[in-house]
Design a protein. Structure first.
Length: 112
């Protein structure tokens, strides 16, 4: 159960959970920790872009990605999201709804 309503992020820093020692993943983690940078570009061959995308999905980073198909190699454009916050907020509201339902049931049973 969620005890307190989650608070919206106050800056652009996000958790940096990627466990990988490659240079590109280290750069993505640095980007995630940066409180002012919203976009990061990975200009790399397809294998590297795929690797970074897989790690982002695997570690559920708050990032959206799109491939920019200009030039060669292509560029993976990463943009920060607030997906974790939105998920936590939805869970909190669902928990509060369930708690209110339990309280209503308890009150009904106590009144009988």
């Amino acid at each position: 159960m969620t005890v307190a309503e989650p608070t919206e992020p106050t800056d652009l820093s996000r958790p940096a959970p990627i466990v990988c020692r490659c240079n590109e993943c280290n750069l993505v983690n640095e980007f995630l920790r940066n409180p002012t940078q919203n976009e990061h570009r990975v200009r790399a061959v397809e294998y590297t872009r795929s690797h970074v995308g897989e790690r982002i999905r695997q570690f559920q980073c708050d990032l959206a990605g799109a491939t920019e198909k200009k030039g060669s190699p292509y560029t993976l454009v990463l943009t920060k999201t607030d997906a974790s916050f939105q998920c936590a907020l939805a869970k909190y509201h669902e928990d509060m709804k369930d708690l209110n339902m339990i309280k209503a049931i308890e009150a009904k049973v106590a009144g009988e």
